[in-house]
Design a protein around this ligand. Sequence first.
Ligand SMILES: NC(=O)c1ccc[n+]([C@@H]2O[C@H](COP(=O)([O-])OP(=O)(O)OC[C@H]3O[C@@H](n4cnc5c(N)ncnc54)[C@H](OP(=O)(O)O)[C@@H]3O)[C@@H](O)[C@H]2O)c1
Length: 349
Amino acid sequence: MNQIPVAVLGATGSVGQRFISLLDNHPWFKVVALAASDRSVGQKYSDAARWVLNEPMPDYARDMIVVPATTDAVQAKIVFSALHNDIAKDVEPQFARAGSAVCSNASSYRKAEDVPLLLPEVNAEHIHLVKIQREQRGWSGCILTNPNCTSTGLTVALKALDDAFGVKKVFAVSLQALSGAGYPGVSSLDIIDNVIPNIGGEEEKVEWEPRKMLGKLVDSKVQLADIIFSAHTNRVAVIDGHTVCVSVELAQPADPEAAEAILRAYTAPESARELPSSPRPAISVRSEADRPQPRLDRFTGKGMTTVVGRVRRDPILDLKFVVLSHNTIRGAAGGSIYNAELLVNEGLL
Ligand SMILES: NC(=O)c1ccc[n+]([C@@H]2O[C@H](COP(=O)([O-])OP(=O)(O)OC[C@H]3O[C@@H](n4cnc5c(N)ncnc54)[C@H](OP(=O)(O)O)[C@@H]3O)[C@@H](O)[C@H]2O)c1
């Protein structure tokens, strides 16, 4: 396959850097433009970005000149957006109108009825909403979104349990990494020796986004899953990897052993199983009493696998367990790239 030209908007930030890293030597995609704010425009990427990843900045990006996030400056079939919501809201439709497929990390369009909110290993079929979107909006491009990084691993685990037993209620408490707040993010004086028990807007997202992803596509519309969520979201002093402690009520009671077996056996729908970024495996179940842990387990399956552990009985609901997912890989840049691969594979680019 000829490589498809792609661009990254918000290329210097926390998620943008992950895109730069994950797109290095991607078999299908070639990065042709890197865009950021006026602060960075005109500079070499290596001068503009304060690189924070452990792996070195890829050579291809170092000398690229950062351009503005406009359709004049950026021409690419696929545009990966790591922009903040307020900017994404205006910029992303401009690219979709100009013919680019925008794979977005922002929340601006997640709730729109004609915009897929996608985790390919969960709801790959929702990608067909882009056809409706193109018809209704007259765009030759499109917008597809991935969920917030806390909903990501949680929804993958719930999908496996919902298919097997039906999920009725979910109580979730998150311990979210610092990179989820962007760069420079939370001040060190606020987070060292501390836990911050509030992340603006996050609880509402965790209580709603899984319902769209676990919903059914009926007559070209997503019917929200009939599941009640209650979420507490907390920022903790971990660099990468969001942990979520979850309790669930099931429609059909299951013991922990049966639930573990279901989680372990879960596979993505066929269309999303063999893409370059498909998580291998979709879910990894740890049997140790003290796993998953962010430092030890966040890179499972190159950071794309959802890691579950401590599956046990819950005395109030039915089952409880712990979920870990890499927030800037599976929960952001890697997830967007996976979405783009699905779009290409489905012939929808
Ligand atoms: N971090 C995560 O784990 C995570 C997970 C899921 C979703 N998200 C979402 O992903 C998006 C990016 O988050 P982040 O954590 O990467 O943020 P970030 O570290 O603050 O980076 C923001 C990026 O946007 C650029 N930017 C700012 N204003 C701009 C403008 N007017 N025009 C063009 N570019 C502009 C910045 O460029 P300069 O460097 O030039 O200022 C920077 O590259 C947000 O919508 C966030 O909610 C983040």
